[in-house]
Every structure is written in structure tokens, then in C-alpha cells.
Ligand binder design. Structure first.
Ligand code: ATP
Length: 270
């Protein structure tokens, strides 16, 4: 981490190559994240306003966080991470203060990406309750809206938000200049699963009999996170069999795969 005016700045180490599948999505993110930062003069020349916010939605464990980190890495942008659930659980006023403080630090460390996980927790639709007292969620949401509107003057700051429940997001966040772009991050298809398995076995010593394509074919509905877990567990099984093992074979993968049941169901993704 480098230090910018007293702020510890982290640029994530994850790159596009660490993410299997999602070719079009990666390309789109390159355009909206990398281009405005790397070619800001071209944007001014043409009079185009860069996107301020991108909402990533899709089932858990399918690389929303990893995509945000890879985008920051590609743009060499500082990465700030906030969790809706954490903000929500803080003492009165602390969540708003942390939100404001994070945007402030991001401005100082620009180019920056603010990643906002579990965004629906604080950006949930405002209820029509007639009660005059504002709820924790409403106060956090209004702070977030104020900060996002303030980004108009700030250069090189982008907010990437993630949610599994896009339908719950308040429409005020979808206005132009806020989350202008909504992208679906789907669970991996066959080709993507094959690539994900390649990524997560890169540093493993695999036996000649290991057929990643076949494993991909037998792991329908598995998320990227579950495939990563499968690779790790296969290594553990090999060690359990023989603590001095040096190679992970196909049957180790098969043992783990047969014992695993994906969390996603077909109905959830159709
Ligand atoms: P959540 O909604 O639970 O926050 P998420 O969609 O943000 O999940 P990540 O945290 O990015 O998912 O992914 C979880 C783990 O799964 C990461 O460690 C990542 O390495 C792995 N993973 C998920 N998708 C992929 C992928 N397409 N390629 C490689 N690894 C992946």
C-alpha cells in the first residue's frame, strides 16, 4: 500500500485473468471504469460524462466483489470497500459518518473506486410509512444520495454497488448521475465453469487424469465460490488420504463433487 496524504491506499491485486468467463461483462466494465480514468482527456474533448455508478446484481458467490477489485486493478485506482449491512448495524450517526469519510478519502486518493457490498440493506425502497421519524436506512440512503450527487465535480471516482436483491433498491438511486448502469452477473455456464476451474487449479499439481472439462460438465448450478471451494477441498482430500501426497488426482475431485450440493436452484436463475 502507498500513502497519499496520510491515507493508506490499496490497489487490489486481482486481475481480469483471475476471473473465469464473463467476457462481455469484463469488456463493459473496462469501458466504464478504465476508460474515463485512463483517457479522461478524450472524454472531456468529446464532452461525454463518465458513468458515476454501476450496480452489479446476481446470485452470491459469482464474482461481483472480484470484478470490482479487478476493475480497480486495471484502472490502477484506489479501492474502498463499504458494506451495507455493517453500516446499518452501527450506532446512530456512525454509519453516516463512515460513508462521508469514505467518499472524502476516495476524493483525496483519486482515481478511486468505492465498492458498496450488500447495497440493498441501506438502499432499500423507502417505505410509505407516515411516521415522521426517519429510520436508520433512510438516513444512510439520503447520505449516500448526497455523496453521489457531489461526485459530479469530483473526477475519477466511481461507485460500484453489489446486491443479490436488485428489485429492493430504491428508485432514487437509479436516476441519471447515480447508478446509470445496471449489470447482471450470472452464475457461470459450462465454458465459464471450465475457465474458473483452470484459474483455481493454476497453482495445483494435477495428475494427468484430471479432466477439468468433465468436472465443469458435472457442476451445473455451482457458483464460482463453490468451484473454488471444490478445488481446495480436492487438495485436502488428497492430503487426508496421504499426508505426503504431491499430486491431486481426478478421484479426489470426484469425491468432493459428489458430496457437494450447489446452493443455487434452477428456479432462482431462470
Ligand atoms: P457475494 O454476493 O456473496 O458478496 P460475490 O458475487 O461478490 O459474492 P465474490 O466474493 O467475488 O462473489 O466471489 C467469491 C469467491 O469465488 C472469490 O474468492 C472468487 O475467487 C471466487 N469466484 C467467483 N466467481 C469466480 C469467477 N468467475 N472466476 C474465478 N473465481 C471466482
Amino acid at each position: 500500500p502507498s500513502i497519499t496524504r496520510g491515507i493508506t491506499v490499496e490497489i487490489p491485486k486481482v486481475s481480469w485473468e483471475d476471473i473465469g468467463g464473463l467476457k462481455d461483462l469484463k469488456k463493459k466494465l473496462q469501458q466504464v471504469v478504465e476508460w474515463p480514468i485512463k483517457h479522461s482527456a478524450a472524454f472531456s474533448r468529446l464532452g461525454i460524462l463518465p458513468v458515476r455508478g454501476v450496480l452489479l446484481h446476481g446470485p452470491p458467490g459469482c464474482s461481483k466483489t472480484t470484478l470490482a477489485k479487478a476493475a480497480a486493478n486495471a484502472a490502477q485506482a484506489s479501492f474502498f470497500s463499504l458494506s451495507g449491512a455493517e453500516l446499518y448495524s452501527m450506532y446512530v450517526g456512525e454509519g453516516e459518518a463512515l460513508l462521508r469519510n469514505t467518499f472524502q478519502r476516495a476524493r483525496l486518493a483519486a482515481p478511486s473506486i468505492i465498492f458498496f457490498d450488500e447495497a440493498d440493506v441501506i438502499a432499500a425502497k423507502r417505505g410509505g410509512s407516515s411516521s415522521s421519524s426517519t429510520t436508520v436506512g433512510e438516513r444512510l440512503l439520503s447520505t449516500l444520495l448526497t455523496e453521489m450527487d457531489g461526485l459530479e465535480q469530483a473526477k475519477g471516482i466511481l461507485v460500484l454497488a453489489a446486491t443479490n436483491r436488485p428489485f429492493a433498491i430504491d428508485s432514487a438511486l437509479m436516476r441519471p448521475g447515480r447508478f446509470d448502469l445496471v449489470l447482471y452477473v450470472p452464475p457461470p455456464d459450462l465454458e465459464a465453469r471450465h475457465e474458473i476451474l483452470r484459474v483455481h487449479t493454476r497453482n495445483m499439481n494435477l495428475g494427468n487424469d484430471v479432466d477439468l472439462r468433465q468436472i465443469a460438465e458435472h457442476t451445473e448450478l455451482f457458483t464460482g465460490a463453490e468451484l473454488e471451494g471444490l478445488c481446495r477441498e480436492a487438495g485436502i482430500v488428497a492430503l487426508r488420504e496421504d499426508i505426503s501426497a504431491t499430486v491431486v488426482y481426478q478421484h479426489h475431485f470426484d469425491t468432493v463433487r459428489c458430496a457437494l450440493k450447489p446452493a443455487l436452484t434452477r428456479e432462482e436463475i431462470d
